[in-house]
Write a protein that binds this ligand. Sequence first.
Ligand SMILES: *[C@@H]1O[C@H](CO)[C@@H](O)[C@H](O)[C@H]1NC(C)=O
Length: 150
Amino acid sequence: MSDMTNKRLGDGWEGVLPPFYKKQDIIFLSADCVGPVETSQMHDNLSINWCFGDKDIEVLDSSKGIIVEGSPSVSGPSFSSRLCKRALYSYFQQVALMGGHSYLEELPTYHSVKVEASMYQTVKDLVKQHFLVHQAGPWNSKKLVDCFSA
Ligand SMILES: *[C@@H]1O[C@H](CO)[C@@H](O)[C@H](O)[C@H]1NC(C)=O
C-alpha cells in the first residue's frame, strides 16, 4: 500500500515545488487486531481514531460522521469528528485569527478559503497534471463537498 501510494507521485519534485512544499512519503503500519473476536451488529458502524498527541480515542458512528455518546474524546464542532473537514476548517480559522488574518473569516465557505490559498492551488494543479501525464487517473474534485460554511 505504501509503495502504491508513494510511487504514484514519483520522484523529481525537488526544484519543481515552491518553497516549503515537498513530497512526503506516506507510511502505513499494520498491527495485530485489538478488537473483540466476535462483534455484534450494534458495533457495525463504529469507527475509532487516534493520532499521536491525542489524549483519548474518538469513537464515531461512521455511517453519520457523528461522535457517539460516551466517546472518550469530544472535540470537533457540534459532535462532528475532529478529523472531518468542518473540524479542520474550524482549527484553521482559529489559527488564522491568531495570525491576524481576520479577512479569512469573511469568506463564505471552506471552498472559498481554499481558493484564496494560491500557492496551495498551484501545487495542487502540479499534482493533478502529474497524475494525468503518468496515467494515474484524474484527481477527484470535492468542490461540492467543500461548499459549507463554519
Ligand atoms: C449502520 O449504518 C447503516 C447505513 O447507514 C444503517 O442502515 C444501519 O442501521 C446502521 N446500523 C446501526 C446498528 O446503527
